[in-house]
Every structure is written in C-alpha cells, then in structure tokens.
Ligand binder design. Structure first.
Ligand SMILES: Nc1ncnc2c1ncn2[C@@H]1O[C@H](COP(=O)(O)OP(=O)(O)OP(=O)(O)O)[C@@H](O)[C@H]1O
Ligand SMILES: [Mg+2]
Length: 243
C-alpha cells in the first residue's frame, strides 16, 4: 500500500492496572504486553471491563494504580491530547463519528488532532481512501447518511488521520454483516503490518478476531484469565467457555 505514513509501531506494556468509576473498581491489576507491530485481541463478556481498559489507556478513565508504558515511556501522567500526540489513538465503541459532518469533514477533525494539514492532509486522506474506497465515493455525504458498517470504517479512518503508532479499536465489527466483518478485519491486519501500527482489538466476534491476531487476552470481571497465542486456545469455543 502506498500510504505516506511509515510509522514505527509502538511497544506497549501495561502493568498491574487498577481503574474504575469512583468507588466502583472495574480493572483488577490488569497486565498485558503488546509487541510493536502485532495485533492483540481482547475478549470478554459484556461488562468485563474491555472498554474501561481502552479508556484508561487513553486517560479517559482514572487509573488508581499500575503503569502504562509506550515504547518504554510512562504515559500515565499525560492528558488524552498528549497521548494522541505520542501516537496513541482509540476508536470508541459508540459515538465515534460526527453525524452531521460529511465524511471529509470527519476526516479533517481526525487530522486536526495531530496537526496534519496541507499536502499531509491530502496524503492522509488518500491512505484512508485506499483502506476504505467507499469513503472516497461518499466523501461529500454526511456521516448520518452512511450505513452502520460504513460509519465504523469512517471511525477507523478518522483515527488513522492521527497517524497512530498504537491503535485501540473497541468492537469495530459490531453490527456488521459477516462479509464486511472479514473486510474490516483484513484492513486492520493491513494497518498493523503495512502501516506499522500496533493494534489492541476489542472484539466479541471471536472467530474473526482470532484469524488476524498474534496474541489473545481474555478478561473476566476485570481480571486477565487468559493470555497467549491464538493457537494455544485450542479452539474458539474453549475461550467462549472461559468467558
Ligand atoms: N461511566 C460509567 N460509570 C460507572 N460505571 C461504568 C461506566 N462505564 C462502565 N461502567 C461499568 O464498568 C463495568 C465494565 O464496563 P465496560 O464498558 O468496560 O465493559 P465491556 O467489557 O466494554 O462491555 P461490553 O462488551 O458490553 O462493551 C460494567 O460493570 C459497567 O456497568
Ligand atoms: Mg465495551
């Protein structure tokens, strides 16, 4: 792929992370290492704490204890904006696009966070259009007029405008038709391998996620109950049994 962005994928080390909402503890000493340039999949039942982990990594949920290191640098004390500048990005599970803005305007918002302007903006847009050609076709349409799947693609596209080195995707395949799930998963793999982005992929679609990942982590009630290579799972069913 001819993207302008040849990132250096970040290595990520999460250690003993404790986080929650007020007095409600959600994450209980979560530790996880993600090697640069790999895809880690985070599985877990509803309410296990997956989105909380994603938000804690971005500074959107208060961390009570533990550490988050990106390329060996502790980012726990940084604001969300500073983390974005360090190459971290999150595609939220919900409300990830601006409904009344066009596709292009949404991409511009994405680019603004990292200060991409002029030629850089056009190049970054081309990279996104190469990943998801439908977005080029629909660039003048409002996000609200896109299908759910197309909106998910736009959300991923917006995050790619920030030129991340570590990308967290919170259930990108939710509500997608099976054919589209495979397409989005293939593009996530491409983002990782060809654009040099380390990926933490939160998924409930275990089968699709296992096909593209290098590492699997399963959360139950805020604790890691499995971490290893996908082939160590035996079968996807065994992990489903664990959840
Ligand atoms: N803003 C909030 N305030 C208080 N509690 C919250 C908040 N957001 C989530 N929780 C609680 O934290 C726990 C973990 O929620 P979280 O959203 O991280 O789960 P999840 O694994 O992402 O689930 P799902 O698969 O449904 O998206 C749940 O018990 C949830 O009710
Ligand atoms: Mg969630």
């Amino acid at each position: 792929m001819s993207g302008p962005i040849a990132n250096k994928a970040a290595s990520v080390a999460i250690s003993g992370l404790v986080a929650g909402y007020g007095s409600l503890p959600v994450l209980r000493e979560v530790s996880l290492d993600i090697k640069g340039g790999t895809v880690a999949v985070l599985l877990g039942h509803n309410g296990a704490g997956k989105s909380t982990l994603a938000k804690a990594l971005m500074g959107l949920v208060t961390v009570d204890a533990g550490g988050i290191a990106v390329d060996g640098e502790d980012v726990k004390g940084l604001s969300t904006a500073q983390r974005l500048k360090r190459g971290m990005a999150l595609v939220l599970q919900e409300h990830a696009v601006f409904a009344d803005l066009t596709v292009l305007e949404n991409l511009r918002v994405g680019g603004r966070t990292s200060g991409v302007g002029g030629d850089g903006f056009a190049q970054a847009c081309d990279m996104v259009y190469e990943l998801f050609p439908i977005l080029k076709e629909f660039r003048g349409r409002t996000a609200t007029s896109l299908s759910g799947g197309q909106q998910r693609m736009l959300a991923i596209g917006m995050s790619m405008m920030t030129q991340p080195r570590f990308l967290i995707l919170d259930e990108p395949s939710i509500g997608l038709a099976p054919k589209l799930v495979d397409e989005v998963m293939a593009q996530i793999r491409l983002i990782c391998r060809q654009l040099g982005v380390t990926v933490l992929l939160i998924e409930q679609n275990v089968e699709a996620a296992l096909k593209i990942c290098d590492q699997v982590v399963a959360l139950r009630s805020g604790s890691v109950i499995f971490a290893g290579a996908p082939q160590e799972l035996g079968s996807a069913m065994s992990v489903l049994d664990l959840l």
